[in-house]
Design a protein around this ligand. Structure first.
Ligand code: CA
Length: 436
């Protein structure tokens, strides 16, 4: 789904908050600059009289904007009553406009990203969920052809099994993004969609909270995805992705099925490249028959041939090298693309794919990431934060989410030990703190 928070930041709310503040500060600075320019209209020869409006139109009044959206909402099937009652008390939340424009201030290496998303804690939680929802998952598999481990892995990465839905009221975020910032047309569509979800009675309005961009519930669907693919699996007449786990699990499977999921096909697997392999043909978009990759000397990581079981000689597959030829290599099938369509990021799809393998009893990747400073699990991140708090750093709670404050504190703590660091929370940093 588009415009959901980058999965690289899914576990880093503190970081997102900080970025929003940074952007707000930048916006304030730019406003000050604009004011300064307006205040000195005659300062350059090209200036025109002060009465001439600035190049950028003034931000529209929010109530005026809502009024202008009303006819379009009604044309999209929203009833006048629902539109009027649900917009009467709305006030804009400008921080979501900041989120829309925010650039990541810290690039997360893929090994950090995966270490946090596929850690022992999430594997254990996922196995518990497989057990707890076994009957529902079996029915879901019968109906949609998507296996329990894949469905549960999506759930674990999207919302940490329902623990992390996001707290922003969808009506407020989506109405704000409909009136301000880039991509207003897109967000207006989502705003009307969320009104329709309320109108249909699927999810109670007060339960419609989510990410700044409007993804919500166990599955973190955008409202448009909800309207297209959500299903009522517990037969209570409502498609409820907030309070019904069966609805959420079945909706995820339905999404994957509609994205082209092939029942019984693996997402892919780790492979071994022959010495001196020419990696120029790698990349998710370069799909070749499995037999073609096999003829180039690629085997499964345990040495078994590529073509076996559901993977036939003509099965299309792509070679993924997320960290280059020196790191783990994967051959991925069309099912990897189905996962990718959930949130267009290869690292995200790999996290779900790998978590699904771990839930089936598989181990970590065989080939190590090309680093001498691996990433940390959430438990290790919490320990690192506790060690920083013990040293007097004010970084809030030790919640395992490494944001800008944690990184600044880590940088300072390491600097006192004479260690130069950009604040990345990796194995070496944790070990340095543990030693003192
Ligand atoms: Ca239901």
């Amino acid at each position: 789904m588009t415009l959901r928070r980058s999965p690289a930041l899914a576990g880093a709310q503190g970081c997102v908050r900080t970025r929003v503040l940074a952007v707000a500060a930048l916006a304030a600075a730019m406003t000050a600059q604009a004011v300064a320019q307006q205040a000195t209209p005659m300062s350059t020869p090209m200036s025109t009289p002060a009465a001439t409006p600035a190049a950028a139109p003034a931000a529209p009044d929010f109530r005026q904007c809502l009024a202008s959206l009303r006819p379009e909402a009604l044309a999209k099937g929203v009833s006048p009553d629902v539109f009027d009652s649900r917009t009467a008390a709305l006030a804009p939340d400008m921080t979501v406009v900041g989120s829309l424009d925010a650039q990541p201030e810290f690039i997360t290496p893929i090994w950090d990203y995966l270490a946090g998303l596929v850690d022992e804690e999430r594997v254990a939680d996922g196995r518990e969920m497989l057990e707890r929802w076994r009957d529902v998952l079996a029915k879901v598999e019968t109906q949609y052809g998507v296996d329990p481990a894949t469905v549960v892995a999506v759930w674990g990465v999207e919302s940490n099994f329902g623990r992390n839905f996001g707290k922003r009221p969808l009506l407020q975020s989506l109405s704000t993004l409909s009136c301000y910032g880039r991509r207003q047309a897109y967000f207006r569509g989502e705003f009307f969609n969320v009104l329709r979800i309320i109108q249909d009675g699927d999810v109670a309005p007060e339960k419609l909270n989510g990410s700044w961009a409007g993804a919500f519930g166990h599955t973190q669907f955008m409202p448009s995805t909800f309207l297209r693919t959500a299903v009522d699996f517990d037969d209570d007449g409502r498609r409820d992705l907030v309070d019904s786990v069966p609805d959420a699990l079945a909706s995820t499977a339905n999404f994957l099925k509609r994205a082209g999921w092939q029942s019984g096909m693996p997402w892919g697997f780790e492979v071994k490249l022959p010495a001196g392999f020419d990696a120029s043909g790698s990349g998710r978009r370069n799909r070749q028959p499995a037999a073609s990759w096999a003829s180039r000397g690629i085997v499964r990581i345990d040495g078994a041939p590529l073509v076996a079981g559901p993977v036939r000689a003509d099965t299309g597959a792509a070679l993924l090298l997320p960290a280059g030829s020196d790191g783990p290599a994967f051959l991925v099938t069309s099912n990897f693309n189905a996962i990718f369509s959930y949130n267009a990021a290869e690292s995200y799809a790999l996290a779900i794919a790998h978590l699904s393998d771990r839930l089936r009893g598989g181990g970590p990747f065989t080939t190590p990431w090309p680093t001498d400073d691996p990433g940390l699990s959430r438990a290790e991140r919490r320990e690192l934060q506790r060690l920083l708090i013990e040293r007097g750093h004010d970084i809030g709670e030790a919640d395992g989410m490494i944001g800008a404050r944690s990184r600044e504190a880590l940088k300072a703590a390491l600097a006192r030990m004479g260690i130069d660091s950009d604040g990345r929370a990796g194995r070496k940093a944790l070990q340095a703190l543990q030693r003192q």
